[in-house]
Structures are given as C-alpha cells and as structure tokens.
Ligand binder design. Structure first.
Ligand SMILES: [Zn+2]
Length: 276
C-alpha cells in the first residue's frame, strides 16, 4: 500500500517576525522566549517519532546581531537534525505593499543569509510569505482585498509576481493561499480543500495549505488524505503551542501520537524531500 506524505510547515517568525507581526505597543518579551522553547519541544518530538518537518524562518534571524534576534545556533541545529530550512521572508514583511525591488531583496537576502548560516549553498529552496499574503492570483481570477496593496498598482499584490521572483532567485517551492471564485460559491470543506494539490507554474511548485493547527479537525484532514491518497500540507507556528487555540501544545501532542500510530500509511517528511 502506497503511503501519503504529510508535510508539516512551521512558520517560525522568531523575534524579528514577532515584532513585525504583532500589534504595536503590546510588546512582551515572553512570547519570544516561549517560541524558542517550543522549537526545542518540537525538535524533541520529531526525534522521538522520527518525523522531519519544514521550518520557514525569517532571514534576519540568521544575521549577525545579538540573541534573541540572532538564533544561528538554533537554525543550524534544526538543519542538522534533518529538517528543512525555508525562508519566511527577511523580516516578516507584508509583501503586497512592497516595491518590487524590496520584494526581490527580501527574497534573495533571506535565502543567502540562511544558507550562509547553515553553510550549504543552495539548500534553501522553499518560501512561505508572511501572513500568507498576497492571496490575490490575478491569472486564476482570485482576488483578496485584504492584501491591501492591490494589483496592478502593487506588483507584489499578485502571487504570480512572487512566483517569478522566487523562481529567478533559485527557489523551488512556495506556499500560497488563494480562493478561486468558484470556491467562494461552493463552501469549502475538508474534502474540497484537499482537492488542491501541488500546482506547477512555469516549473515552480505552489504548495497548498490544507489546515492550520493540530486539533481534531487536523486529524480529520489527515484521515481524508489517507482515504483519498492525497498528500497533506499542515501549517503550525511554534509560538502557537503556547496559545489556547487549534495549535495548542495539547493538540500537538495528540496530533503527533496520531501520526505515529499511522506510520504504515503516512510519511512525515519535509517539503523539499519531494525534489530530491
Ligand atoms: Zn509568520
């Protein structure tokens, strides 16, 4: 019986990402500490169950600064344990409102500095845009006003533009979220969301996001994947383990136990394993 692949992609914002992603004036150091502690917890679980994940990390976190902004040792540690390091932009920017030159810089610098940290040129091939933006894909008829920077006024407000930059910059895959008009009409459920697999655009792979979190719904998505023989892409945030939501640590514990019990049907592997 052929196995399905489950890809768990971690959006690892790190200190710079948390500063840029949270509402201003509500700063607290504790979530930054918690996130790093949770990364260690995730790595230990991965070792225990022999799972390999993908970690999309902000590039700034690999620049030479000071702890906890600089976490080179943690990035190296993640990589040395067999996980994939992908880019989560340079400093967790809102891509759609950026000028093309800024987008190119963020995409290229993050790849360069993460690879420099790991010491393996060409090893960073995945990209996860912060906030999953843009969600507009003009060529597919998918528009999202929530992008704020709207195409054609903002080139970055179109997934297709990011694909071009990523491809030209040596990336192989990117995770993008978008909704086609027909999908708005017919309500999304687990089944319809799994219908979208990896899409190839000019030789670049767009990977889907089937579910964010580890609760009972996540387990249902995996069960559907096994049933339909579809690979599943799950997203989580190390910081989310400390919050009371679908990514809470108690859900994560149950989720990895579940995956482990299904190991004859499921391989938990990084996204880049699809290309090697
Ligand atoms: Zn993020």
């Amino acid at each position: 019986m052929s196995k399905i692949k489950v890809h768990l992609i971690w959006d690892f914002d790190a200190a710079i990402g948390q500063v840029n992603a949270t509402y201003p004036y509500r700063f607290s150091f504790q979530p930054i500490r918690d996130e790093l502690k949770n990364v260690q917890y995730i790595l230990d679980k991965a070792d225990e169950f022999n799972f390999r994940f993908s970690f999309a990390v902000t590039g700034f976190s690999a620049e030479s600064t000071v702890y906890p902004f600089e976490i080179k040792d943690i990035i190296k540690d993640i990589y040395s344990k067999g996980h994939e390091i992908a880019s989560h932009s340079w400093r967790h920017e809102w891509m759609p409102i950026m000028m093309p030159q800024q987008i190119i810089k963020s995409i290229q610098r993050s790849k360069f500095i993460l690879e420099d940290c790991i010491g393996v040129p060409g090893v960073v091939v995945g990209f996860v845009p912060p906030h999953n933006r843009p969600m507009t894909w003009v060529q597919k008829g998918a528009y999202s006003l929530g992008d704020r920077g709207l195409y054609p006024f903002f080139k970055g407000g179109n997934i297709d533009y990011l694909v071009s930059v990523l491809k030209d910059s040596g990336y192989s895959w990117g995770r993008f979220v978008y909704t086609k008009p027909v999908e708005r009409v017919f309500k999304q459920d687990v089944y319809t969301s799994l219908k979208r697999g990896v899409e190839s655009v000019r030789g670049f792979s767009i990977v889907p996001l089937h579910y964010n979190g580890f609760d009972a719904k996540a387990i249902k998505v995996i069960e559907q994947g096994v049933q339909l023989k579809k690979d599943v892409f799950i997203c989580g945030h190390p910081s989310g383990l400390s919050r009371n939501g679908e990514e809470a640590i108690r859900h994560f514990d149950t989720f990895v136990e579940f995956l482990s019990a299904k190991s004859d049907l499921i391989d938990v592997v990084p996204v880049n394993s699809r290309y090697s």
